[in-house]
Design a protein around this ligand. Sequence first.
Ligand code: FAD
Length: 311
Amino acid sequence: PFEVLVIGGGPAGVAASIYTARKGFRTAIAAERMGGQLNDTLGIENLPGTAYTEGPRLAADLKAQVDSNGIEIFNLAQAVRLEPAAEAGGLATVHFAGGGALKARSVILATGARWRTLGVPGEAEYRNKGVAYCPHCDGPLFKGKRVAVIGGGNSGVEAAIDLAGIVKHVTLVEYDNVLRADAVLQDKLRSMANVEIVTSAQTTEVLGDSDRVNGMVLRDRDSGDERRIELEGVFVQIGLVPNTEWLAESGLELSQHGEIVNDIAGRTNLPGVFAAGDATTVPYKQIVVAMGSGSKAALAAFDYIIRTAPA
Ligand code: FAD
């Protein structure tokens, strides 16, 4: 068995594995896709110490660091079930699609999250060419331009407020007939001069010139009328879904949004099971946050292993 088994090979899982390997612990990473969301990311400009990199390049750098620390990798391994240790100090088992299983004294869960997509024509085609999901990451790329934010919940309205300070004009689009964000956020948004709020509106298509986004089509859900809006960017803010469906039966505590509930050091409610990154309740889903939480969870796993006698 391993001393530490990390599930997930994104920034959180990689950071965790480097820390435990450097403690001399026999560490493995099992991941569906090494690199995680980095594989889908173009420019990264908010990782302190690295003025500019690109997702696939950062993923390759992380992979090289994993290799040089002697960490075993099981890539293309989809975890389907966690069987926690019966008692503290015992072995946890993670089962994989296809029938295999790995055992470890501690498990660090770092399975990340995925953005909910609109599923309309043009969205996938213009991803990273005007269609964006992370205002903290990509907002500055739209300086002085016109954008829309799809989604009138807290994340959509926060994104619209954030973007309104950077871009020329923001159209906030909500499917329902009211915004669902907190009143204080709505008031702030309504006070901004360069924002238009459109409710009862369905986004039916993202338009472009084959290179970049140049507009979108909205359908009024009351009248059925369609209109075209000219713009350069579309931020989709209709939810971030944690990759935790496979943990539902494990006894692990999940939040109402399906996020793994962990404490400030990454400990979950199960002994020997830790969690980090976008899959957890950690606020602000960012690379540097995922790496920080991964290293915290790793140090908490180290603490657990040195203090708990093997069962
Ligand atoms: P992830 O990166 O999601 O990695 C999860 C890992 O778990 C993957 O290896 C995945 O294959 C694996 N996994 C999932 N389910 C299973 C399973 N059942 N079994 C085994 N393995 C599994 N953040 C920034 O800070 N700056 C940016 O510029 C930036 N730009 C972004 C652009 C885009 C397009 C996207 C999508 C995100 C961006 N982010 C950015 C956010 C950032 O990528 C995430 O916060 C970060 O990747 C989270 O790291 P993570 O390790 O928690 O999860």
